[in-house]
Design a protein around this ligand. Sequence first.
Ligand code: HEC
Ligand code: HEC
Ligand code: HEC
Ligand code: HEC
Ligand code: HEC
Length: 458
Amino acid sequence: MKLQKFFKLAIFAVALMSFGAACVKEGPPGMDGDDGATGAAGKNGVDANETCKMCHKPSNVDAILVQFQLSKHEYGLAAEEEAGSNTCGPCHLQESFRDVVKRNVPATFTLNATTGKYVNDYMSTTATAYGAIGCRACHSSIHETYTSTDLPKLTTVAAVPMSMWGGKKTINITPDGGESNLCVKCHQPRPFTFNNSKNPANTGDVLDYAALVSKPNDIFFDGSSAATIAQAKIIPGYRTHTHYGTVGAMYAGMGGVELTGPTGYASMVHKNVASCGDCHMAPMTGKAGGHSFVAKGNFNGCNVTGCHAASPVTATNAKYWTNPRAEIKLLLEQLAAKLVVTDNGVTAQILNKNSDTEANLWVGLTAGKYDGYLNVYDPATNPGGVANNGVVCQNANPSSSWTAEQKAYNLTLPKIKLTNAQFAAIINFQMCLREYSLGIHNLDYSRALLKNSIAAIP
Ligand code: HEC
Ligand code: HEC
Ligand code: HEC
Ligand code: HEC
Ligand code: HEC
């Protein structure tokens, strides 16, 4: 398809050139001159087709294009939805991503002296805020020289300063030449920021996890009155979340709130020996592997020499698959069960449930069908249906667009009150649910975050 278009364009260009020539005003023709001497034979040209065929052949780019149809990078809708946004763009739009890499845009937050607010510097130019994530997002140099050096070049393999901490911490996953850092640059959590517009001290700065850890019993949020609400840094809403890309941080053993508790924080061996591609780009089986980037159902990457060849991992292997995943699943359920608010004799779960298999990307991971959002009333996103047993938490920041009836209903709902430890536990739940693999990415880290969260809250 695309190739045909290219050649059509070329033919069109040639046609245009000859039309152009016909428009030039010509003078009267001169007399023919004598024939010149025959010139030396020219050098043999390189057959353009030959260099093209190095890549454009069934076993290479042609095949990869077909695999890529199975990749959410290709079929996902986010790039269309976020087109035009230079703040979402660095992770969702090809040209934005290339722009932030090219200009080495830092992940810092900078204080604007005039407004007194911090600004997230991690954005692209608006002129580049477009483009679905295609080959050129990851391969920076396609058609740069038309030689074999073009394709192996990746857009970036540099260590990644984390947006969630305003760049104060950096992830560097070294196997396979740091290839995973390319993935982590996008597959990283977004920051929680001080965003309570009712609080005069609101600076817009990133949330400091260390403060949550050092004072676990301090109140993080108290929805009991306008005065207490105005003291909060963040008002919990349905969408108070780490965003989707928790994998990069979890894989590196970073990004959770490391509450003090009985279980020590450690990382399993994967991050030291495997790149994302080892499991996500292993030889294809079914619709997984290669440039589909899908790991689900593909154990080819696990069972290579030096890894699990001796005792192969399968979907029924207890030691390496079913047991660890069951353990993390149980811990997620246990933590979720503890995260409740009780007010006026009514108890509501803080974590949202959603049984919609399209909308909830994590629907199959827990029996509770949690999605990592918060079970806070919102007429549009969380009116409080069957999935949440009809009981939702009161929204401390109702929108002026709600009807009088919606506002009145909201006031009948249980108010939220959270300690630092409870808010930390919410973040840790989101991190461990949204890494998708139930601990395969980093079992030790998931286990420690969940166990210590469970231990830290009443
Ligand atoms: C080093 C590998 C490599 C070489 C050499 C190469 N290409 Fe490509 N080419 C690619 C990749 C990768 C793509 C992106 C896949 C796509 O979009 O179809 C691509 C895409 C294309 C496209 C689709 C339009 C576009 O730019 O996305 C055309 C047409 C094309 N190549 C023609 C050629 C021609 C003609 C040659 C030889 C003069 C050539 N290529 C040499 C790797 C190569
Ligand atoms: C330019 C940013 C970017 C880079 C680089 C990137 N990804 Fe992604 N990836 C995304 C986005 C955004 C989505 C979701 C797209 C959507 O939903 O429309 C995604 C989706 C995925 C999915 C599918 C998730 C699902 O819910 O099914 C996998 C798997 C994945 N990426 C793995 C990788 C791996 C492995 C790498 C590195 C080789 C990588 N990605 C590099 C941004 C990126
Ligand atoms: C730091 C990188 C990053 C930024 C910035 C970012 N996202 Fe994402 N987002 C991701 C990744 C990575 C995924 C896919 C992760 C996965 O499925 O594992 C994703 C997934 C999503 C999805 C879910 C898509 C689906 O498959 O259902 C939506 C919606 C979304 N992002 C919206 C936004 C919006 C809106 C913004 C800007 C306000 C934004 N994102 C900014 C990294 C980012
Ligand atoms: C999300 C990032 C990402 C996207 C998008 C992507 N690739 Fe890749 N590609 C990689 C990585 C990482 C490798 C290296 C894998 C490895 O270690 O073998 C790779 C390897 C390759 C190779 C092998 C290069 C070599 O040196 O042998 C080819 C060919 C290739 N990609 C073509 C494509 C084409 C064509 C597309 C678009 C259809 C594409 N890639 C899209 C990340 C990506
Ligand atoms: C040791 C193997 C392994 C490595 C290495 C690995 N993953 Fe995964 N990944 C998995 C497994 C297993 C799943 C869950 C598949 C399932 O649902 O059955 C998964 C799921 C995912 C998903 C959700 C989409 C999907 O296919 O289910 C994303 C996105 C993802 N990983 C990104 C990454 C990124 C980015 C890296 C590198 C930082 C990485 N992974 C490294 C094994 C791995």
